[in-house]
Design a protein around this ligand. Structure first.
Ligand SMILES: [Zn+2]
Length: 162
C-alpha cells in the first residue's frame, strides 16, 4: 500500500513513522538513522528513508495483565501483545475491542489511535496506538477484499460543502 493511500484510508493519524534502509530493505520502528544490518559496509547512513508502517500485523506473543501499571488501573485485565507488523518491525501494545480470552497467537490486528492513560491531578492525557482485531478480508497481509472506490479529486469534506 502506498503512503498516500494509507493516509486516505486512515480516518485519524497516529504516529507509526519508522525508517527503511534502501540498501538492504530492512524496516525499523522506532526509526533508526543507521542500519545495523549494514553497518560493516558503512553504506546505510545515507540510505535511510522515512517509512510509514500500515499498523497492521499479527500477534506473536501476549500476556494478560491483572496487576496494572500506574494510570492503567481502570483497564484491568488488559492484554499486552507483541505484534509483528506486515512490514517487519515488532511493536508492543495493548489489544482492545475484544475480550482478553479472545486474543491468541496469530490474531490479525490493526493499530488504532487511542487515549492511553490519564496522569495525575493535572489530567494530562497521553495518546498513542493500541491494537484492535481486524477481519481477515480487510487485512493487507491476508486475502484481498473488494477494491475500495478511488476518490476522484477533492476530499469528501470539501465535496460536502460544495
Ligand atoms: Zn540495511
Amino acid at each position: 500500500m502506498s503512503i498516500a493511500r494509507f493516509w486516505r484510508e486512515t480516518p485519524r493519524r497516529y504516529n507509526l513513522g519508522g525508517s527503511k534502509c534502501t540498501n538492504c530493505g530492512t524496516t525499523y520502528f522506532p526509526p533508526r538513522s543507521v542500519c545495523p544490518e549494514c553497518t560493516r559496509h558503512r553504506q546505510s547512513i545515507e540510505k535511510m528513508i522515512p517509512f510509514q508502517l500500515s499498523g497492521e500485523g499479527e500477534v506473536i506473543s501476549y500476556t494478560i495483565v491483572h496487576d496494572p501499571a500506574e494510570g492503567f488501573e481502570l483497564q484491568v485485565p488488559y492484554v499486552l501483545a507483541l505484534v509483528k507488523t506486515v512490514e517487519g518491525p515488532v511493536l508492543t501494545g495493548q489489544v482492545v475491542d475484544t475480550a482478553p480470552e479472545a486474543v491468541a497467537i496469530g490474531l490479525k490486528v490493526r493499530a488504532t489511535f487511542r487515549k492511553l492513560r490519564e496522569e495525575g491531578k493535572a489530567g494530562v492525557i497521553h495518546y498513542g496506538y493500541k491494537f484492535a482485531p481486524v477481519e481477515d478480508s480487510s487485512f493487507a497481509g491476508g486475502p484481498r477484499g473488494p477494491t475500495p472506490p478511488v476518490p476522484s479529486g477533492l476530499p469528501s469534506r470539501d465535496r460536502a460543502s460544495a
